[in-house]
Design a protein around this ligand. Structure first.
Ligand code: PLP
Length: 424
């Protein structure tokens, strides 16, 4: 098994199969529902279904809901806490009591950003990176309007991502907080969380990290970097299914000082006293609002188990080997056909997806789907190829890149519309 991203790779399918045979994560792949007719390179949008989840959810529906009805609530509430803590430990590397499962990433982001604004009264600036995920921009813009603040957009590189120097250039004593993505959704560029958080803290600003594309794919140095807040989804690398609740992280010393904007009975100190006045708990549960989605929480429990069993270090290494292999295939096969790598090349600077640029990327994307290969397209002209370390094989990567090569070389993509239909 090669140990870095510049090994002496061979280009044959047999070589990909040999890499799979040696892959220590191989047995974990068997734990997921797979369909051999599909080459799935989009596990960074929606992770595969763990076999155990299908059975577990059937049991929860039949027994816990169907039979035990409301008497299930004590164990359901306990599950919310234990799953959040397990996610914190296995995925984020943080101690218990600092993670909650709630809402979507968007709503969780709204909650933690609101809390952060409240912790920095008098400061009027919010930083966000230009290539942040759109929902992050929208939440930041909405909050800035609500609080009479201004948004400063850090001009990061669309392929290279966000650098500490770019952040330093716009920092001032007026910055209340920054909302940055750890791994860029478009290019897969990995930001230096430790260096950037230190820069923010040195000017008294708070660091809020969006971990959607890093949780379950790479280590997230929240504890080492002393980051203040983080959010992320569970349906990508955490394999918890569509609509599973998001997670939010708040550093322990900040929790009881935080005021979040959606006050509800699940954050109330004595919930069943049914009092009329809101008095939030001192714990991370003060970030909760309403009834937790128990099917989703149970799916997160199974999804987190898949990560915990494999180990985040092994997954980070596995992802780097897969993307390193994909880089090699790109250089050998695709660069001569006009493809350009639109992700950082050093292994330590990327997450578990690789993005390629080509003028016909949208058409190639359609041609790949017609062949049973599932990539993703990202504007303006990029093919995004997710290599979820738990579920993607080297042979999947080989098959995907071989198809891109053929489709481009034979101009098969010309059969597909060049104009992107508006998705409603
Ligand atoms: C980086 C990033 N942030 C936020 C979101 C939005 O997440 P949600 O739909 O759970 O609100 C996504 C969704 O893909 C994302 O990739």
């Amino acid at each position: 098994m090669p140990t870095n991203d510049a090994p002496p790779y061979e280009l044959s399918r047999d070589f990909a199969r040999a890499l799979d045979a040696q892959n220590p994560l191989r047995a974990h792949r068997e734990l997921f529902v797979r369909d051999d007719a599909t080459v799935y390179l989009d596990g960074n949008s929606l992770g595969r279904l763990p076999r155990a989840t299908a059975d577990r959810l059937a049991t929860v529906v039949r027994d816990e809901w169907g039979r035990d009805l409301i008497q299930s609530w004590p164990r359901w509430l306990e599950r919310c806490t234990t799953v959040a803590d397990r996610l914190g430990r296995a995925v984020l590397g943080v101690d218990p009591g600092q993670v909650a499962l709630a809402d979507s990433t968007t709503v969780s982001l709204f909650k933690v950003l609101s809390a952060a604004i409240g912790l920095r009264p008098g400061r009027r600036t919010i930083l966000i990176e230009a290539d942040s995920f759109p929902t992050d921009h929208y939440v930041v813009q909405g909050l800035a309007r609500q609080h009479g603040m201004r948004v400063v957009v850090v001009q990061s590189d669309i392929d290279g991502g966000l650098s500490p120097a770019q952040v330093e250039a716009v920092l001032s004593d007026d910055v209340a907080l920054a909302c940055f993505c750890h791994v860029s959704y478009r290019s897969g560029a990995l930001a230096d969380m430790t260096a950037i958080t230190a820069l923010l803290h040195a000017r008294g600003a708070l660091a809020v990290w969006d971990l959607c594309h890093s949780a379950g794919a790479v280590r997230t140095p929240l504890a080492e970097s002393d980051a203040d807040f983080a959010v992320g989804c569970t349906y990508k690398y955490l394999n918890s299914g569509p609509g599973a609740p998001a997670f939010l992280y708040v550093r322990r010393d900040l929790i009881s000082e935080c005021d979040q904007p959606i006050w509800g009975w699940f954050g109330q100190a004595d919930q069943f006293a049914m009092g009329q006045t809101y008095e939030p708990v001192e714990t991370i549960e003060r970030f909760l609002s309403g009834t937790p989605p128990m099917l989703g929480v149970t799916a997160v429990e199974e999804g987190v188990r898949t990560i915990a069993d494999a180990g985040i270090e092994a997954l980070e290494t596995g992802g780097r080997l897969l993307t390193g292999y994909a880089l090699k295939l790109t250089d050998e096969w695709l660069a001569p056909l006009g493809w350009r790598v639109a992700s950082p090349r050093p292994a330590g600077r990327r997450g578990a997806h690789l993005t390629l640029h080509h003028a016909a990327a949208w058409q190639v994307n359609q041609a790949l789907i017609a062949r049973g290969i599932v990539p993703d397209f990202r504007t303006p002209d990029r093919l995004r190829l997710g290599m979820a370390p738990l579920t993607t094989s080297f042979e999947d990567v080989w098959a995907g890149f071989d198809a891109i090569r053929e489709i481009t070389h034979q101009r098969e993509y010309e059969r597909y519309p060049a104009e992107r239909a508006r998705v409603t």
